[in-house]
Design a binder for this molecule. Structure first.
Ligand code: TRP
Length: 333
């Protein structure tokens, strides 16, 4: 039995990188045999950075709407909000007693986010990876789809699972495996083929957001950076051409084709000819998702019902596991 868990923060708009690198794979896991999928919106993680309280609930609903619109089926997977399942925070405290400061200090995301002012960083930002470990272990999840940048956090979750098992002499938590999969695990910026597409980049022209209109998608792709050479015949020849590789990868991922197959079609063509074709596949693929998302955002009750059902299912798994942890740790009943 495989149990998959993953989550995204309700920090800002989802973009094509989140969709092709994560969401689209989450959708595909649903069909695998003997697999249970849990997908949460990690609002407790979002408050470790500056955030606007007035926007948090809506941002949370929007991520849930994106999950559903992208094809995560509430009848097959549990979709829920992290803070609706208090067992995450409860397990986090227990794991915090086993997490070593030295290891947390080495987390590159903490170092990046805390910057020069680590003395002033909040305890929540420091403990972020412990909460993430709790998100995973509270379900005894076996597989965790994440991006490259989260591998170190997953390593810590594995470490905490092993530490717990050793400390209490049990074989309780399984080792969660990272899953880095999909046709485009790393979608790059449309203005710079050597940096990741990111929600924090200043220019909107670096990315395609899941809420962008068809016109905006077409314009963004038209303005995407490219080199001056025509498209080559083979993947080999894309080496050293990061922008070209990124655009070909996007075309392949969005059309469900192999990169080589796409090159064979466009070999010798200039970007002036390729980009409109890429815009067409991007719009064809994203338009139904965007419109479903808008529809859901106009009918919050629908999303709320999915999230209530998801939280109930999640709690039915998490609560007995937390009970077992309490027993193992020797708490007074
Ligand atoms: N830290 C992850 C990110 O920013 C989000 C996350 C929180 C997560 N808890 C998780 C991902 C548990 C996978 C499993 O991308």
């Amino acid at each position: 039995m495989k149990r998959i868990l993953s989550g995204m923060q309700p920090t800002s708009q989802l973009h094509l990188g989140n969709y092709l690198g994560a969401l689209k794979n989450w959708v595909d896991f649903q069909g695998e045999p003997n697999t249970e999928c849990l997908y949460c919106v990690v609002d407790l993680h979002a408050i470790t950075a500056d955030y606007e309280p007035a926007n948090l609930a809506n941002a949370t609903r929007e991520i849930a709407a994106a999950y559903i619109a992208a094809g995560i089926d509430p009848d097959k997977s549990s979709i829920f909000v992290q803070s609706h399942v208090p067992e995450h925070s409860q397990l986090m405290w227990l794991l915090a007693t086993m997490a070593q400061m030295g290891k947390l200090e080495r987390m590159t995301q903490f170092k990046d986010k805390a910057g020069k002012n680590a003395e002033r960083a909040g305890l929540g930002l420091f403990a972020y990876p412990v909460l993430m470990a709790a998100d995973i272990l509270i379900y005894k999840a076996t597989h965790v789809p994440v991006g490259e940048d989260q591998k170190q956090h997953l390593e810590l979750a594995r470490d905490l699972a092993a530490t717990f098992n050793t400390r209490y002499g049990v074989d309780f938590f399984p080792q969660p495996e990272p899953v880095i999969a999909g046709p485009a695990p790393r979608v790059m910026s449309l203005r710079d083929g050597s940096s990741k597409m990111s929600k924090s980049a200043d220019s909107d022209m670096t990315r395609i957001n899941l809420t962008d209109s068809a016109d905006l998608i077409a314009t963004t792709i038209k303005k995407a950076k490219n080199d001056a050479d025509p498209l080559p015949a083979t993947l080999e020849e894309l080496k050293g051409r990061p922008e070209a590789l990124n655009l070909i990868t996007l075309y392949a991922a969005l059309s469900g084709r192999e990169k080589q197959d796409v090159l064979s079609e466009f070999e010798g063509k200039q970007f002036g000819a390729f980009k409109p074709a890429l815009a067409d596949v991007a719009i064809a693929h994203l338009e139904p998702i965007t419109s479903r998302m808008n529809e859901l955002m106009q009918d919050p009750a629908q999303v709320d019902a999915v999230l209530a059902r998801g939280a109930e299912k999640a709690r039915s798994i998490a609560s007995p596991i937390l009970g077992d942890v309490h027993k193992i740790m020797g708490f007074y009943k």
